[in-house]
Design a binder for this molecule. Sequence first.
Ligand code: ME8
Length: 641
Amino acid sequence: MKEMKEKEDSQKIIYITTPIYYVNAEPHLGHAYSTIVADVFKRFHVISGYKTFFLTGTDEHGEKIVKAAQQVGKSPKEYVDRISSLFRELWPKLNISYDHFIRTTDPEHIKTVQFILNKIYEKGDIYFGQYEGLYCVGCERFYTKRELVDGKCPDHKTEPEVIKEENYFFRMSKYQDWLVEYIEKHPDFIRPERYRNEVLSFLKEPLEDLCISRPKKRLTWGIPLPFDENFVTYVWFDALINYLSGLGYPEGERFKIFWPYAHHIIAKDILKPHAIYWPCMLKAAEIEPYRHLNVHGYWNVEEAKMSKSLGNIVRPLDIVEKYGLDAFRYFLMREMVFGLDSTFSEDAIVNRINADLANDLGNLFRRSLTMAEKYLSGEPPVCHEITEDERDIREKTLACIEEYEGFMKNFMFHRALISIWEVISLLNKYIDRMAPWELVKKDKKRLSTVMYHIIEPLKIISVLLWPFMPSSTEKMQEMLGLKKKGADIRIEEIKEWGRLSSVHLSRGEALFPRIEAKTSKKEEKKKDKKGKEKGNLISIDDFSKIDLRVGKILAAEKIPGSKKLLKLKVNTGEERTIVAGIAESYKEEDLVGRLVIVVCNLKPAKIFGIESQGMLLAASDDSGIHIITPDGDVTPGAKVK
Ligand code: ME8
């Protein structure tokens, strides 16, 4: 196991696949998610110096497709050509860098399927027999009684058809013991672990042989069996083989290079064919099993799995048009814990864009480059003598790269992003503490050192975020004046502090503008209803987003030209300037030394030319404004819960 891992790392080769999607429906958010995951994973390996191959495509045979074509009055061929092209045309719009798009109607694929069928048939692992079973057309598979819920397919909520016919069978049961042993010996063959356990528990019951044909008199839209022209191949047996035909199996050079490093990415709906049928098929065809099966959960919309029949389909391009591609990609990767289900809503996207992208990352980037332009005329800063603060920035940024790599390799994308955001927050605080706007007046050397410790981490962040947001990070790299960009930079280079050199720094366009939440009429109505039911309650999660802290007022002065405003210096664990509208109720000298409650994570705002970094809590009535004070001598910076 360890040896295999080491081999995988030392060879630096990776093969990444998505499911090939059915062409019975247009691409939706779920398809986009799996494909974006594959793209992020590929791009991560590109900047890690791997040779990569990324395969996606469409699954075009079977009864389900014939029915969908009939419904719109088209022949199966016309129909699959149209829908397949919708998938193929969508991917570039989502910046998906696939290397090959496979269709199961491609002649090369058909040849490979027939080659494998012959191989297994000649070996004696395919036999002819009678079958009676419960078939769900939606899933294109037979169900056992115990898999049904109230007699219905758990996914499609429809009763399966009873089908009795003569067919060909794959002797899958023969490979059950081998498969159990293989999964037990390779703990990360199926991951996350919950799916591995699910498969092992399923394999506790005897495995039935797999029916792998359909009689032509019932279905003609499939790959003919090479040893009996009266039958076509069962769609799953055909589809899974795409992972080999996409590499040119059996002769293709690509197969030899990439197959030993195959990573499949799927959602839990197709766990059984991938974790059980597929390894047994490979074993029977005398091909090494794939390396990893990576299984994610469902995107739900309004608590239910997205599906055409429920009418809750989210179309990726609608979201991209509204919020931007990189924000969409970031949201999907940050919001879903790989392996678990997630709920999609536009409110959630807006919150993420505003909090993570506009406020944290966008703001950090913009203020840093504005300072670089203003204080250094865009010249790359130079590092002079450093202090504990700079050592800390450097250590934590470099440690983040290591953490990130570990998380990315293990499909823990949200954790990788959290690590990056910790550095972003560290930098925002460092800037507040170092106050370059003060340093520029008194110590140019120190200013340059501080700016250096802002710009270097920004370069690193732009590289680490490239797999997630390729186009925005390339813009960042442009502004940072990097000589190389995107796919040309290697993670190895950023591990060496200061190695990526800049030519000139410039503040470009704002990368992630804030979204003013505009709710649709339908959503407003729903919110209104929910609000009424719950008395306009907000969730504990919403509340916990507000960073409230105890502050101590250090200085207060009037702002020339304003009757209401005072400029305060407040210690909230760090020193910040706050412009507060309390001049009509308080005298400056009465405020100094007082404890107040401050909202610390408000987006800074310019008021009378002064940047206000937060807000005081106060109550107001006819008697005037009353600031809120904690009861007791609390340390400045203490969190208010
Ligand atoms: O099953 N949430 O194709 P398919 C997350 N052709 N991912 C989702 C999703 C959701 N709500 N809905 C779909 C097939 N997906 C077969 C595959 S492979 C040899 C053959 C994604 O069009 C997810 O990747 O039904 C899921 O596994 C896949 O689409 C199913 O796509």
